[in-house]
Ligand binder design. Structure first.
Ligand SMILES: Nc1ncnc2c1ncn2[C@@H]1O[C@H](COP(=O)(O)OP(=O)(O)OP(=O)(O)O)[C@@H](O)[C@H]1O
Ligand SMILES: [Mg+2]
Length: 211
């Protein structure tokens, strides 16, 4: 399969199922021998992994502005090292979180000035924006419950009220960019969510994933 540079992101709050479905997609692509690059925010390169360790360390108090710049720095590195070269090579790229996460978390969640957040975010992406974004939508309580058995990282310790703002933020983004964003009810069983992801990709890009 060689469709020029298709870029897809998967978004949503904690426990929405982003990594689960990103992995399911990765497995399916491997099974079908489709060439694609699977990346995760906020890691993926040596520099990004180092920044990730700072960002998620629960012991540190990071100011909202610093948080914004750290996410942007991590992404700037990933875009230049991995995403831009892959897209230029005509590869598919699937990212577990991308630029919308900054708009949702640091903009809507932390309440930083939205114009500023968007400018910083745009600078981080070099203009590489996904053609398709899945927003896995789940109530904050349900998402938090799903991840309650693991040690919370710094972002996950920000509280339910914060996560609720982030969820509303994602839904606002989806409303503003209806062509790019597809909201999926992620309360549904995983198989249903995945089916919707597959059919949307097939319809949107005219491919057969044989899922
Ligand atoms: N649709 C679903 N129904 C039930 N459980 C689900 C569903 N999707 C994911 N889960 C479960 O919820 C937990 C969290 O899922 P996952 O790690 O994929 O979320 P995430 O969105 O990547 O979270 P984070 O933002 O913290 O990385 C996992 O145990 C996963 O198996
Ligand atoms: Mg995850």
């Amino acid at each position: 399969m060689n469709l020029k540079g298709v870029f897809i992101s998967i978004e949503g709050i904690e426990g929405a199922g982003k990594t689960t479905h990103w992995l399911m997609l990765k497995n399916l692509f491997e099974k079908r021998r489709f060439n694609a690059v699977f990346v995760r925010e906020p890691g993926g390169t040596h520099v990004s992994e180092a920044i990730r360790d700072i960002l998620l360390n629960p012991q540190w108090n990071i100011h909202a502005e610093s948080e914004l710049f750290l996410y942007a720095a991590s992404r700037a590195q990933r875009v230049r090292e991995i995403i831009a070269p892959a897209v230029k090579d005509g590869l598919w790229v699937v990212s577990d979180r991308y630029h919308d996460a900054t708009i949702a978390y640091q903009g809507y969640g932390r309440g930083l000035d939205m114009k500023f957040v968007k400018e910083v975010t745009q600078a981080s992406t070099l203009g590489y924006v996904p053609q398709l974004t899945f927003i896995l939508d789940v109530p904050a309580e349900k998402g938090m419950l799903r991840i309650s058995n693991r040690e919370p990282d710094r972002m996950e310790q920000s509280g339910l009220k914060f996560i609720k703002k982030v969820r509303r933020g994602y839904l606002r983004i989806a409303k503003e960019e209806q062509k790019r964003c597809v909201v999926i009810d992620a309360k549904q069983p995983k198989e249903k969510v995945f089916e919707k992801i597959i059919t949307t990709i097939e319809e949107r890009f005219g491919v057969n994933l044989g899922g």
